[in-house]
Design a protein around this ligand. Structure first.
Ligand code: A2P
Length: 282
């Protein structure tokens, strides 16, 4: 299963999305500007950000300073939890556009679902947020729309709308594969994106992963990213370090064997953030 860094998947509406991208969580000011610039200059074409990260203005500077044409890039942002709802989502969208210095987004996601134990009208809140996003999509201001941290039951109502979700971005790495959500999404032509594909660094010292990675002459980080590629999940690794930004894209010259894939899939749970979208308190 050869894949290239320049390959793209085709979303439900025909829009092409890069098979991996670059994350921007928890990096700020000059650090995120320079990391984004370095990533784009080294060939990454998808940049993932979010209003909740509080750094969209600096991400925007990195995008601009990269010198790569806007139409070659794929930029994602997300509606922050306090902005859920129809009017507030629209306002939040325009604020993100302004902060990023862009006039459209390639992908816009609901960052976290409103859920039952926190809101009586949780489904209505998600639908109203979605209605605003659908309108922006139809106006041509967003090329594709989706969700993040949604499990199948959070998505059911959205699936019955005029424009159902095209992407679900979830935490995904060895030790935390959320199989049920991934299988459900993939059988509904919803592309899964992986946030924290390296488990925020928590899986990088695991012995089993280390011995598998060693067989291929690769680092555990590279193994985790390759694992995403081989499960058709879009990895969004982030790093503030130029060397690691390059290392993380050097994953197209090896293939994890079926046996090793099964070993990774069978690993017991570990390294997860512990965030569960049916009990978050933010
Ligand atoms: P740094 O910015 O110092 O490189 P995740 O994407 O799973 O959230 O993990 C990101 C974390 O993993 C960051 O703390 C980042 O730190 C670190 N990281 C990213 N790439 C690598 C790598 N190739 N090797 C080791 N650590 C990495």
């Amino acid at each position: 299963m050869t894949k290239l860094f320049t390959d793209r998947y085709r979303l439900k509406n025909g829009v092409e999305i890069p098979i991996m991208g670059f994350g921007s969580y928890m990096m700020h000011q000059e650090v995120v500007r320079d990391a984004v610039k370095e990533a784009i200059r080294s060939g990454y074409r998808m940049i993932d950000c979010a209003s909740a990260y509080g750094n969209e203005d600096w991400v925007g500077r990195g995008i601009k300073e990269s010198g790569v044409a806007r139409d070659q890039l794929f930029i994602t942002s997300k509606v922050n939890n306090p902005d859920r709802g129809y009017e507030t989502t629209k306002k939040a969208f325009y604020r993100s556009l302004k902060d990023l210095g862009l006039d459209y987004l390639d992908l816009y996601l609901i960052h976290w679902p409103a859920y039952k134990n926190r809101f009586d009208n949780w489904e209505e809140i998600n639908l109203e947020t979605w209605r605003a996003m659908t309108e922006l999509y139809k106006e041509g201001l967003i090329r594709a729309i989706g969700v993040s941290n949604f499990k199948p039951h959070h998505m059911e109502a959205l699936m019955k709308t005029e424009v159902p979700p095209m992407v679900d971005q979830i935490e995904y790495h060895p030790g935390n594969l959320q199989e049920e959500t991934v299988e459900w999404c993939q059988s509904n032509h919803i592309y899964v994106e992986a946030w924290s594909p390296l488990g925020k660094g928590r899986v990088l010292h695991d012995e089993t992963l280390g011995s598998i990675a060693g067989k291929y002459g690769k680092s555990i980080a590279q193994l985790c990213i390759r694992f995403c590629l081989q499960t058709n999940v879009i990895a969004l690794p982030k790093s503030a370090t130029a060397g690691r930004i390059h290392e993380n894209k050097d994953v197209f010259d090896f293939e994890i064997s079926e046996e090793d894939m099964q070993t990774i899939k069978g690993m017991p749970g570990f390294g997860g953030s512990g965030l569960d979208s049916d009990c978050i308190n933010f």
